[in-house]
Design a protein around this ligand. Structure first.
Ligand code: PLP
Length: 414
């Protein structure tokens, strides 16, 4: 994998040139894409990797002995190594390809359940700022196992209440699952500290990294998390591909999630034995093109100076926060000091859908609604927000356009 070129000045225009979609117009206006928390755009090299696979390399993996099958298998497994390096996992066998964050969490919850990891009365700690995909899978297995969810409250600014977190641990606590970066509030949670506290209580931890991977470098060994999940499409890669990292000692022990081809060693009607990790978790033909293109996306990111990327995004966040705070009728939801480039806001007297719809007429793509975090909406007493979320290719000029449009919309509605 390429390593980031430290000291090379971050040039946003050069980055933008690599993303063909950013050139297009929407509703007769130059596109301003501020919906990056939902999905990021793709650089040409990622699009080419998908095309190239189907044009020149298409074959099934792990099955054939012919040239193309071996090529596809090599490229698929190379991508696993790229994910391993991207997360700084110890071994590539600790990386399981999934459809994305949601599938990673479902895989884990179901496997833990099948392993009889939980018994009735056990407790799982999650937080009030989880995406639905880190709530509902646990509720689904709670019905079967009789486990209970304990929820860490959040402060007015949108931070985890750490004292409350510590107090939730008891002899019944069996698992912790927390979001790294909130897709709605932007809060970057101090997950390393949260993991340390959980481990002091002998409790393993899953981190939902869906909103982290595109924004700052990760090191699962340094975090010491037991599991980490993310989505390729939020990391400049294709949809339908992501990964679950798990410490080897856990993955080796856990039973498969789905059964089928690829994940078995021997099958008879009496007994089936399984492949080792990670293949025992990858039943059926996987998303081969997706995984190869994900590797390309990670190469793209790792080829940049990640510190420069972070600085650029922090500047965008600071600039947009300052500009939007100057508008009287606007309230930002999520004001933690340590934030990723996400601004959720409500405007007095204007429904968030109206803001989103009007913004679209200016070619500006925002997200509106509950962002799959209804418990956050309940916490702040709102039905939804408008959300602008930035990525490394966004610019201050785009923020100026957005603020201009917001002022016009507010004037029109008042
Ligand atoms: N977790 C967080 C924090 C998210 O923001 C999202 C998607 O928005 C998910 C999980 C689910 O990701 P996916 O739909 O890619 O599985």
């Amino acid at each position: 994998m390429e390593t980031g070129e430290k000291g090379v000045k971050f040039d946003v225009q050069k980055i933008r040139e690599q993303f063909p979609i950013l050139n297009r117009e929407v509703n007769g206006k130059q596109l301003v894409y501020f919906d990056n928390a939902a999905t990021t755009q793709k650089p040409q090299r990622v699009i080419d990797a998908v095309k190239n696979y189907y044009e020149f390399e298409n074959a099934n993996v792990h099955r054939g002995i012919h040239y193309l099958s071996e090529l596809a298998t090599d490229k698929y497994e190379d991508s696993r190594v790229k994910v391993q390096k991207f997360l700084n996992a110890k071994e590539s066998s600790e990386i399981v390809f999934t459809r994305g964050t949601t599938e990673g969490i479902n895989l884990l919850s179901v496997s833990l359940c099948r392993d009889d990891f939980f018994k009735e009365g056990d407790e799982i700690i999650i937080s009030n700022m989880e995406h639905h995909s880190n709530i509902v899978p646990w509720q689904l297995i709670a019905k079967r196992t009789g486990i209970k969810l304990k929820v860490v409250p959040i402060t007015d600014a949108g931070e985890l209440d750490f004292d409350a977190y510590k107090n939730l641990f008891s002899s019944k606590t069996k698992f912790v699952s927390l979001v790294h970066v909130s897709n709605t509030l932007g809060t970057i949670n101090p997950v390393k500290e949260a993991i340390k506290i959980a481990h002091e209580n002998d409790v393993p931890v899953l981190i939902d990294g869906a909103q982290a991977t595109a924004h700052f470098p990760l090191d699962v060994q340094d975090l010491d998390c037991d599991f980490y999940v993310f989505s390729g499409h939020k990391t400049f890669g294709p949809t339908g591909i992501g990964a679950l990292y798990g410490k080897k000692e856990f993955l080796e022990k856990l039973p498969p999630y789905q059964g089928g081809g690829e994940m078995i060693r021997d099958v008879t009607f009496e007994k089936t034995t399984y492949e080792g990790t990670p293949l025992k978790f990858e039943a059926g033909t996987p998303n081969i093109a997706g995984s190869i293109a994900l590797g390309e996306a990670l190469d793209f990111l790792s080829g940049l100076d990640r510190e420069e990327v972070e600085t650029h995004e922090n500047e965008l966040l600071k600039y947009a926060t300052q500009k939007i705070s100057e508008i009287k009728k606007v309230r930002i939801i999520g004001t933690a000091p340590n934030k990723s480039a996400v601004i959720s806001f409500v405007v007095d007297g204007i429904h968030h859908y109206d803001i989103g719809t009007m913004m679209d007429t200016y070619g500006i793509a925002l997200r509106t609604g509950h962002h799959c975090t209804q418990p956050i909406m309940a916490r702040y007493g709102v039905t939804g927000t408008a959300r602008a979320s930035f990525a490394l290719y966004n610019t201050k000029e785009e923020i100026d356009n957005f603020i201009d449009a917001l002022n016009k919309i507010i004037k029109m509605f008042s």
